[in-house]
Write a protein that binds this ligand. Structure first.
Ligand code: PEP
Ligand code: MG
Length: 554
């Protein structure tokens, strides 16, 4: 048995035969051609076919998954029409009298190198998209029609490759492709996002690529732990078969906790809310019986576009979310742009340490027009349900005072214009910097609730970049420093009579649930698919018995 370790990108257990693929786009040796015009025509026809193919993939993804995921293929189409990319290929053909295949491969290498050397992880992961569109043109040149490009496998399989392009993933039949293994890749790539949406168990970043001789061997992957077992022994196989079964029945059983209050066996109530990264998630949020939305990451409105969203555009989006939640609380976090989330039209400066720089509330307080536009849209939408607003990256009381002045302006403006808004909007702050923790006693007197962002709080407290895979193993909300901070924040919140929730990834960490209950956290906000699982654990918990023990260790 060979054991490999990577990073779990999409959870679940898959057991099937291993299929190790070569990552090489068909080798495209340079050939001198006589008729440049003809070669340009060959390339142009292939590029047009690739655009058609990408459009087909867009329609398929739209029907299967929805707008957000299908967007990938819209961006592929744009890349296929990109002037710089196209003229680079044409120039190589004309200036070097070379065949189109070579010109495409060279251009693909150059462009993907440029992307992969960028420091922004989002831009970095665009390298695979360039390779993907280049492969599409090459496949067209090799006279492969669309149906041949779509991957065909006769038996269920686990695919191993350096990395997969989004178009490959989208063409897979889930009944056949049971799991995905990559030696490269990151959880930020479009590929990983699609794998999670398709619920295909996957492990990425596996350092040791298996030898080709292991092709066809029975293999197990555990997408939650990132473990891979090639040619497993009987005991391991038995263990994972039963783990797979447990996993299946566990998720099937979860239906039974729908509609139940999230209350421990000894009577402690905790609210289980959902995080929302884009509006397409609303159906899943409702399906998973979320008690509210604890974090609307409003950045989705600003990213992936060329100009600022108007008040009207934003109002419509918030209103739709709020109405669909039908009276349940929706906590909208104001724009947290900067660091890894960037949009050109903001003209954010290049920074050496963007996570410590111009982001979140700092941007909003400086660009007050942008901030006021968002606040007005939220206030108008508050008329249609139960809305709370919270602010990211707070480090001082002065920031809260400034925010309050803006809120006052917004309210006065709407009143003058006779625009209705709710009089019961709760105002909260995210506790995600060590500074906010240390002044939480004072902050608690200024706001209606706290929401602890353990992702950034862990990054800033432990001095561990949350995007740097090199220090990934040091990133842990289990660290005593973080748990003590949460303890302190809960104490200060409760002394001031306000609620405190957690909305970082740790909120769905099963092994921290009892600690959060013992600390008295009022609300956990998480990815919606973890809500029923967490409720089931809450129902089975008995905190009074273990509380003393947990608290004495912190
Ligand atoms: C956090 O920092 O924990 C958080 C929820 O905010 P984000 O992940 O959007 O930075
Ligand atoms: Mg944060």
């Amino acid at each position: 048995m060979i054991v490999l370790k990577g990073v779990g990108a999409s959870d679940g257990i898959a057991i099937a035969h291993l299929n190790i693929e070569s990552n090489n786009v068909q080798a495209c040796e340079k050939r001198l051609i006589k008729d440049v015009e003809l070669e340009l025509k060959r390339y142009e026809t292939a590029r047009e076919q690739a655009i058609c193919y990408t459009k087909t993939l867009y329609e398929k993804a739209l029907a299967d998954w929805g707008e957000k995921e299908a967007e990938i293929f819209k961006s592929h189409e744009m890349m296929l029409k990109d002037k710089d990319y196209c003229s680079s290929i044409e120039q190589i053909i004309t200036q070097e009298n070379s065949n189109a295949e070579y010109a495409i491969q060279e251009t693909s290498k150059q462009f993907s190198k440029i992307f992969s050397e960028m420091s922004d992880p989002y831009m970095k992961s665009r390298a695979i998209d360039v390779m993907d569109i280049s492969t599409c043109i090459l496949n067209s040149l090799f006279c492969q029609d669309d149906s041949k490009i779509l991957r065909q496998f006769s038996n269920s399989t686990l695919l191993f490759k350096n990395d997969f392009a989004p178009s490959e993933i989208s063409s897979f039949d889930k009944k056949i492709v049971k799991g995905i293994l990559c030696s490269e890749g990151s959880t930020y790539s479009h590929t990983s996002i699609l794998l999670r949406v398709m619920k295909i168990p996957s492990v990425v970043g596996i350092k040791d690529k298996p030898d080709d001789s292991l092709n066809g061997k029975l293999t197990i992957i555990d997408g939650s732990t990132g473990e891979v077992f090639i040619d497993p022994d009987d005991a391991t196989l038995k263990f994972f078969k039963s783990k797979k079964q447990e996993y299946k029945s566990f998720y099937a059983d979860l239906k039974s906790v729908r509609g139940k209050p999230s209350i421990t066996a000894d009577g402690q109530l905790i609210k289980l809310y959902a995080n929302m990264n884009n509006p397409d998630e609303i159906e899943e949020i409702i399906k998973n019986d979320s008690e509210g939305i604890g974090l609307v990451r409003s950045e989705f409105i600003y990213l992936g576009r060329k100009s600022f969203p108007t008040e009207e555009e934003q109002f419509k989006i918030y209103k739709e979310i709020i109405e669909k939640m039908n009276g349940k609380e929706v906590i909208i976090r104001t724009l947290d742009i900067g660091s890894d989330k960037r949009a050109d039209y903001f003209e954010l400066p290049k920074e050496c340490n963007p996570a410590l720089g111009y982001r979140g509330i700092r941007v909003c307080l400086e660009k007050s027009e942008v901030f006021l536009t968002q606040l007005k849209a939220i206030y108008r939408a508050s008329n249609y349900g139960k809305v709370s607003i919270m602010f990211p990256m707070i480090t001082s009381i002065e920031e809260v005072n400034e925010i309050k002045n803006h809120l006052k302006t917004v309210k006065e403006d709407l009143k003058v214009k006779n625009v209705p808004f709710s009089n019961d909007i709760k105002i909260g702050v995210m506790i995600e910097t060590p500074a906010a923790v240390m002044i939480s006693e004072e902050l608690a007197k200024e706001v209606d609730f706290f929401s602890i962002g353990t992702n950034d709080l862990t990054q800033y407290t432990l001095a561990v970049d949350r995007q740097n895979s090199k220090v990934n193993s040091l990133f842990s909300a289990h660290h005593k420093a973080i748990l003590r901070m949460i303890k302190m924040v809960v104490k200060n919140a409760h002394s001031a009579g306000i609620e405190v929730g957690i909305c970082g990834e740790s909120s769905s960490d099963e092994s921290l649930l009892e600690t959060f209950l013992a600390l008295g956290v009022d609300k956990l906000s998480m990815s919606s698919h973890s809500i029923l699982k967490t409720r089931k654990l809450v129902l089975a918990s008995n905190v009074s018995k273990i509380k003393k023990n947990i608290l004495s260790n912190l």
